[in-house]
Design a protein around this ligand. Structure first.
Ligand code: GAL
Length: 646
């Protein structure tokens, strides 16, 4: 467990670097990420490489004992590069190039840009690949940030046609898979196919799903150019990428396979404002962030990173990019840091060292104010650094619950929501939160994951049903909770021949005969439960465990499987889960919305997201006699407690 910071030596006079490095080390920081936007300073003119300043910056940080994560600067191609190679720019849905003047102004499919990236990354990797301070590399910065996965450039169109030809081989196979007989959409050659954009009404969903798959693969291919070069010149160093929160436009598991560590950028207050939570929730957690939103991403990226992950950008104070940008509750930066460490993070690194008085992010807090005085978060980071020294919790252990998460299903749901508020990530986090309120730890896993050792597997959004998933579930012996729309599409984006849930029917004997989406305000009462948004009409020999007053079963159950034929409310989810836990001998708690527990190794952590105190004794049996190593039984607002498990 360690702390880090994001630093931009090129933003500050060189005379300040040594003091910055000393100050970082004094706070207890050991990792510094640098370099990821510095292309115009590394190569001010085409082919003129000016590494000397970076040599000195790296050496200065090294002398202070800091380890470096060196970023490749490919999120910010300089002006001369764009002017010399305008085909580097991404193209928007109306065919207009996106312009220079901010960042991420490039198209993943541009072969010109891939060659330019290979050139600058090779130069960096050759120069610093063996430097003792450089312990890891970050490729680019936040793939997809500012809505940059999709580009309708000529290069993307050509790439898409190649990708389709590879996938289908024959054009007839594509026509059949997509159902192109419908509306006379049949093609004679792969070269006739365009990206699904600016069609008169919606484009064929199968066309859109393949476009999403292609765009995702382009990100992985783009990254591989850099990763391969770094591995060749910098053996033994970790390669990571910094992913985002609430971002699903490419398959992170796929990219994660070629990296060593998953990093992500955690901005709990910015995300709270962005996300779907009702007004009352946003007001309640205004200065804390939503307790389950951040934790979900920790668990997701631990899965993406095959167990190795970190928060490489941690919000330290108000950010600049949400509709409103409040300050965290006193103590909240410390609590966020502990939440990440409790979930198994190797490092929590604050963004950024010093608030910049210039340019786009001048309203974004840092650990220091622009005048170098310490901002609030610096004190909290120092406190965590001291606390870390006293703890050796070991690493993450397999959680009792797995949540299966499929990026392809997210795209499918976005392409064909069928109800305007069928938000895939919201549904997934809704399931996740129910488990967390019961005090359960959760691993987020890919649909192809080995499920051995899990007691309960949640599949909130398994629209495409992998052929072997039922077998793997049965082999694991886990109980399984299937969400609505399970198995409702074939991989070709068609309704299965035997109707949904298609291949998942081997787990539970049901057939979905009809689905309906419900506008906001319409509630179908189902005993103590309320159904909103989505209701399926099921035929089954099973007697439902719960039905709407109008007579539709919403919860079907076998010895090992639950199927929810609706958008469930929180109470239904908790009831289903608690019943399974009781059968499996898994102890559950009834935590209030603002209190969350997380186990790392032999230490149990508790974090209070409320703006009011919480007494653990009200929720955790035996709380008064725990062996506390941080805090105690009474948690103040933003409070953290940790105790040794016996
Ligand atoms: C991240 C990005 C950083 C910085 C930060 C501000 O998305 O990676 O470079 O812009 O947001 O919160």
């Amino acid at each position: 467990m360690k702390l880090g910071v994001c630093y931009y030596p090129e933003h500050w006079p060189e005379a300040q670097w040594a003091e910055d490095a000393r100050h970082m080390a004094e706070i207890g920081i050991t990792q510094v990420r640098i370099g990821e936007f510095a292309w115009s300073r590394i190569e001010p003119e085409p082919g003129v490489l000016t590494f000397e300043w970076l040599d000195r910056a790296i050496d200065t940080l090294h002398r202070a004992g800091l380890h470096i994560v060196l970023g490749t600067p490919t999120a910010t191609p300089p002006k001369w590069l764009i002017d010399a190679h305008p085909d580097v720019l991404a193209v928007d849905a109306h065919g207009r190039p996106r312009r220079f003047g901010s960042r991420r102004h490039y198209c993943f499919s541009s072969q010109t840009y891939r060659a330019q990236c290979a050139r600058i990354v090779a130069a960096l990797a050759r120069r610093y690949g063996q430097h003792p301070a450089v312990q890891a590399w970050q490729t680019d910065n936040e793939y997809g940030c500012h809505d940059t996965i999709i580009s309708y450039s000529d290069a993307a169109r050509a790439g898409f046609r190649r990708w389709l030809a590879d996938k289908y081989g024959q054009i007839d196979a594509l026509n059949k898979a997509w159902g192109n007989v419908f509306w006379s959409m049949e093609y004679r050659h792969f070269d006739e196919i365009d990206p699904p954009v600016e069609t008169v009404t919606e484009a064929n969903p199968a066309h859109r799903q393949d476009w999403a798959r292609f765009a995702s693969d382009e990100v992985t291919a783009f990254d591989k150019v850099q990763t391969d070069i770094i591995r060749a010149h910098s053996p033994g160093r970790d390669v990571l990428h910094n992913y985002m929160g609430m971002f699903t436009a490419f398959d992170h598991f796929k990219l994660g396979k070629q990296l060593d560590v998953a990093a992500w950028d955690s901005y709990p207050l910015g995300f709270l404002e962005w996300a779907w939570w009702p007004e009352a929730t946003k007001l309640r957690f205004l200065r804390q962030g939503h307790p389950d939103f951040t934790a979900f991403h920790h668990d997701l990226y631990r899965g993406v990173g095959k167990g190795r992950w970190q928060v490489i950008e941690q919000q330290p104070g108000p950010v600049n990019w949400s509709a409103w940008n409040p300050a965290p509750l006193p103590g909240m930066v410390r609590a966020w840091t502990w939440e990440a460490l409790a979930h198994g993070a190797e490092c929590v690194s604050y963004f950024r060292w010093r608030q910049a008085p210039f340019a786009q992010e001048q309203m974004h807090a840092g650990l220091l104010r622009p005048d170098s005085s310490e901002a609030e978060a610096a004190y909290e980071a120092r406190q965590v650094a001291t606390e870390i020294k006293a703890l050796t919790p070991g690493s993450h252990r397999q959680a009792p619950v797995a949540l299966v998460f499929d990026y392809e299903a997210v795209w499918a749901t976005q392409i064909q929501p069928q109800g305007r508020d069928y938000r895939p990530l919201e549904l997934v986090i809704h399931f996740y939160a129910a488990a967390r309120r019961l005090g359960l730890s959760v691993d987020v896993v890919h649909p192809s994951a080995d499920l051995t050792g899990y007691q309960i597997v949640l599949c909130p959004l398994q629209i495409f049903w992998p052929v072997d998933l039922a077998l793997r579930l049965k082999a694991s012996g886990a109980a399984c909770v299937l969400g609505p729309r399970t198995g409702s599409k074939t991989d070709d984006f068609q309704i299965p021949a035997d109707l949904p849930p298609g291949g998942a029917r081997t787990l539970i004997p049901i057939t979905v005969n009809r689905v309906e989406s419900l506008r906001p305000g319409h509630i179908e009462q189902a005993g103590p439960f309320q159904v909103t948004r989505w209701l399926e009409h099921i035929a089954s020999p099973l007697t439902p465990e719960a039905s709407t007053d109008s007579g539709h079963g919403i919860w079907y159950r076998t010895e090992a499987v639950d199927y929810l034929a609706c958008w469930p409310d929180a109470q239904l989810l908790e009831t289903v889960l608690a019943k399974r836990c009781a059968e499996r001998g898994l102890a559950v708690l009834a935590l209030p919305d603002g209190l969350r527990l997380r186990q790392r190794g032999n230490i149990q952590f508790a974090i209070n997201y409320e703006a009011t105190p919480v007494n653990l004794a009200d929720y955790v049996p035996g709380a008064t006699s725990l062996d506390f190593v941080i805090g105690g039984v009474e948690l103040p607002p933003a409070g953290v407690a940790a105790w040794k498990l016996r």
